[in-house]
Design a binder for this molecule. Structure first.
Ligand code: MBD
Ligand code: FE
Length: 264
């Protein structure tokens, strides 16, 4: 039996181009850094620890992913994307809104935190309202950790999917997220130490929008006044993604408009 496991030529060309660039710039790094042999061995050992620890996706999302976003989007119309990050889990449960149209994220009976209503309007670059768009939402909890990863919470806690209403709107009832420290006890933390960089990200919500005929928008929402805003270890903050929640006494609330680009 013969198996044709060749990729289409155009894809092959792209893969070759990308790997050519990758090795060229890695070699350029060694040319420029002028490592001695001991430094080279130390570097290889650190990279080996990074891979074996399972932190490579974390490291990549913190130090590299923002460059992918900037290359892809900065000059284009529509809401700026932000990092997907290492803590996205596909297939979060679908949540139905209550009679007031409010979606309560899956949460523990005794979930703690500052009550927060976040609403959004989803449109496209032509100003058309996008009803029935899928909103996939995830955030950290009052232990500042993410379900399915570092939190004790059950899987899919504070994660959920829902759709926009007839006016392209949604409202989520949740808790304000907290600033997040990326894991700093492993090889990524070791790297942060060498760079004299703290491990913090400002508090943020993660949201992914999908609407037929439009490019998927993966973005985040940040909160005015966060002490880590300017020095986000992952450089994920974009000005237009910062909200300033209104204090309503028992709860806080904020709203943001999200603009999707049309698929071409
Ligand atoms: C996060 O919570 C995150 O959103 C990113 C991008 C990287 C590390 C942790
Ligand atoms: Fe995050």
């Amino acid at each position: 039996m013969t198996v044709n496991n060749q990729l289409p030529t155009s894809k092959n060309d792209r893969v070759e181009e990308v790997f050519d660039l990758f090795i060229k710039h890695m070699q350029g790094f060694f040319d420029e850094a002028q490592l001695n042999h001991e430094e080279y061995t130390n570097f290889v050992n650190w990279a080996d620890r990074l891979g074996k620890s399972g932190e490579l996706p974390l490291y990549a999302d913190v130090f590299l992913e923002t460059h992918v976003l900037q290359a892809m989007y900065t000059e284009l119309p529509g809401t700026q994307p932000s990092l997907l990050g290492p803590y996205y889990v596909p297939n979060a449960p679908f949540v139905e809104p209550d009679e007031n149209g409010v979606v309560e994220l899956p949460q523990r009976e005794d979930e703690e935190g500052e009550l927060f209503y976040f609403s959004g309007t989803v449109k496209n670059v032509d100003g058309e309202i996008l009803k029935n768009a899928e909103v996939d939402f995830w955030q950290n909890d009052s232990s500042a950790k993410y379900s399915n990863f570092d939190s004790d919470a059950p899987d899919f806690n504070l994660r959920g999917r829902f759709v926009t209403d007839e006016e392209g709107k949604f409202t989520v009832k949740t808790f304000l997220p907290l600033p997040y420290s990326i894991p700093d006890q492993g090889p990524t933390g070791e790297f942060l130490g060498y760079m004299d960089q703290h491990p913090m990200r400002p508090a943020h919500l993660h949201i992914m929008f999908k609407s037929e005929g439009h490019e998927t928008l993966i973005t985040q929402v940040f909160f005015e006044g966060d002490e880590w805003m300017e020095t986000d270890v992952a450089q994920g903050v974009r000005d237009e993604l910062i909200t300033d929640p209104a204090d309503k006494g028992d709860y806080k609330e904020s709203h943001l408009e999200f603009v999707l680009r049309k698929e071409n």
